[in-house]
Ligand binder design. Structure first.
Ligand SMILES: Cc1cc2nc3c(=O)[nH]c(=O)nc-3n(C[C@H](O)[C@H](O)[C@H](O)COP(=O)(O)O)c2cc1C
Length: 161
C-alpha cells in the first residue's frame, strides 16, 4: 500500500462555523487529525505532510493570514490547502481582495484554495458586529451545508492516493 500522507486540519473560528466544517472534513477522511490553528505553529507541524487550514473571514480579512505568513518557513515543503469561510463570494471584488491580501509567496505555494459559505447567528453579535454584518451581505444563511466540504475532501483524498 502507498504511504498515506499524514494530514491535519486546523481551524480558526470565532463563532464555530469553521470548526464545524473542519470536524465534518475530519470525519469524512479517515486518518486525519484536527486542531485549533492557534495552538499550532511551524515547529509543531514537522510530522505532517499535509496541512489543511480553515479560516473564518472577518472585515475583509482571512483571519489565518498572519498565521500563514508567520509560519510559512515551516510549511513551505508541505501540501498546504486553505479554505476560507465567509459570506462574501470568493469571486466578488471584496472576496478577491481578501485572498490577495495574503503574501504572494504563501499564495503561490498553496496546494489549493477555496472559499465556502459562512453563516451569521445575529443573536451572538454585538451592535457593531450586526451593523458590519448587514453591510457585508444582505442575506446570511442561518445554517451551512455539509456538502460544501466536498472539494476539500476530494482534494485530500486525491493527494493521499
Ligand atoms: C462583523 C462581521 C464581519 C464579517 N466580515 C466578513 C467578510 O469581510 N467577508 C466574509 O466573507 N464574511 C464576513 N463575515 C461572515 C463570517 O465570515 C461568517 O459569519 C463566518 O461563518 C464566521 O466564521 P466562524 O463561525 O468560524 O467564526 C462577517 C461576519 C460578521 C459578523
Amino acid at each position: 500500500m502507498e504511504g498515506i500522507m499524514k494530514t491535519i486540519i486546523l481551524y480558526k473560528t470565532q463563532w464555530g462555523t469553521t470548526k464545524q466544517y473542519a470536524e465534518w472534513i475530519h470525519e469524512a477522511v479517515a486518518g486525519t487529525e484536527i486542531g485549533n490553528l492557534d495552538e499550532y505553529g511551524a515547529d509543531t507541524l514537522h510530522d505532517y505532510g499535509m496541512v489543511v487550514v480553515g479560516s473564518r473571514t472577518y472585515m475583509g480579512r482571512i483571519a489565518a493570514k498572519n498565521w500563514l505568513e508567520e509560519n510559512w518557513h515551516g510549511l513551505k515543503g508541505k501540501k498546504v490547502y486553505l479554505f476560507a469561510v465567509g459570506l462574501v463570494p470568493a469571486n466578488s471584488e471584496q472576496g478577491k481582495q481578501s485572498y490577495e491580501m495574503i503574501a504572494e509567496e504563501v499564495r503561490n505555494g498553496l496546494a489549493g484554495y477555496v472559499k465556502i459559505p459562512g453563516k451569521v447567528d445575529v443573536d451572538k453579535l454585538n451592535f457593531w458586529q450586526k451593523m458590519i454584518a448587514k453591510s457585508t451581505q444582505a442575506s446570511a444563511p442561518a445554517e451551512v451545508d455539509k456538502s460544501d466540504i466536498q472539494p476539500i475532501v476530494d482534494f485530500i483524498r486525491g493527494i493521499e492516493r
